[in-house]
Design a protein. Structure first.
Length: 264
C-alpha cells in the first residue's frame, strides 16, 4: 500500500480526501490540518511557502509516497517551490474554469475563491486558455472558510454569508459557479439553494482524485488495473478508518470533530 499525504490550511481538504478515499480506499493516508494558521487566503506568499515546506517535511518523515496540496491558495503559492525542492510528486488543485466555460449557456462563469487563489499564476493561466466570448466574474467567498471550520454548513447564518458573495455573480449572469477553495464544497447545498436549479456548481475534487490515481499508477504506486468510482465508503458515522491518520497544528480535537461531521 502507498501512503498518500494530504494537507490544507484546515478541514477544507477533507472534501478532496473523501473523493480520493472513494476510489482508493485501500491506501494509507496522512491528513494535516494547518488550522493554527487558518485561513491561508490573506496570508503572505512566503508564509504559505514556509508552512508548506514544514508540512512536507513532516509527511516525508511519516512515510508519504505522494502529497496532495488540497488547498487552492497553497497550490497557487507553493506547489512550484515544492516540486523544485522535494523528490516526491505533488498533486495540486487545478482551477476548474475551463470545464465551466464548456457548459455555460449564458457565456458567464462565476468563480468563488480566496484572494490568494485569484491572484495566482495557475488561475490566470487557466483564464488565458478560455474560448473567446466567455466572461469570468469573480468574488472572494468572505467568511466561507470560517463557517466550515466552525462546523456551520447549513442554516440561516450560512445562507446569509454565502448569499453576500454569491449574489454578485448571479446578478452578473453566471449560470456556472466554480468552487475555487476546498472548504467551499461543504457549503454546496447552500450555494445550490441560493443559486437555483438553473445554475451548475463545479467542485474540482473528483477530477483531482482521478488525476492522483492516474499519476500513482504511472509511478507504480498502484496496480495497473482500474478502480471503481464508488469503491470506498467512509463510515456513515464519520469514524476514522484504521488507514487514516489525522494531524493538526492547532486543536486535534477540533479536527476529529470536523472529520466526523464533514465526511459522514
Amino acid at each position: 500500500m502507498a501512503t498518500i499525504g494530504i494537507f490544507d490550511s484546515g478541514a477544507g481538504g477533507l472534501s478532496v480526501f473523501r473523493e480520493i478515499f472513494r476510489i482508493l480506499p485501500g491506501e494509507n493516508y496522512i491528513y494535516w490540518s494547518d488550522n493554527a494558521f487558518c485561513p491561508y487566503g490573506d496570508k503572505p506568499r512566503e508564509f504559505i511557502v514556509d508552512r508548506a515546506r514544514t508540512i512536507t517535511d513532516f509527511m516525508l518523515e511519516n512515510g508519504a509516497d505522494i502529497i496532495v496540496v488540497a488547498c487552492n491558495t497553497a497550490t497557487a503559492a507553493a506547489i512550484n517551490v515544492l516540486r523544485a525542492e522535494y523528490p516526491v510528486k505533488f498533486i495540486g488543485m487545478e482551477p476548474a474554469v475551463k470545464p465551466a466555460a464548456a457548459i455555460t449557456r449564458t457565456g458567464v462563469v462565476g468563480v468563488l475563491a480566496t484572494a490568494g487563489t485569484l491572484a495566482g499564476q495557475k488561475y490566470h493561466l487557466a483564464l488565458s486558455r478560455l474560448a473567446p466570448g466567455v466572461k469570468v466574474v469573480e468574488h472572494v467567498g468572505r467568511g466561507f472558510v470560517e463557517l466550515v471550520e466552525s462546523g456551520v454548513t447549513s442554516g440561516p447564518q450560512a445562507e446569509a454569508v454565502v448569499s453576500a458573495s454569491l449574489q454578485p455573480l448571479l446578478d452578473a449572469g453566471a449560470d456556472v459557479i466554480v468552487l475555487g477553495c476546498t472548504h467551499y464544497p461543504f457549503l454546496s447545498d447552500v450555494i445550490k439553494k441560493i443559486a437555483g436549479p438553473g445554475v451548475a456548481v463545479i467542485d474540482p475534487a473528483p477530477a483531482v482524485a482521478r488525476h492522483l490515481a492516474e499519476v500513482m499508477r504511472e509511478d507504480g504506486l498502484l496496480p495497473s488495473c482500474g478502480t471503481s468510482p464508488d469503491a470506498g465508503r467512509l463510515s456513515s458515522c464519520g469514524e476514522l478508518p484504521a488507514n487514516v491518520r489525522l494531524f493538526s497544528s492547532g486543536s486535534p480535537e477540533t479536527l476529529q470533530k470536523l472529520f466526523k461531521s464533514l465526511t459522514e
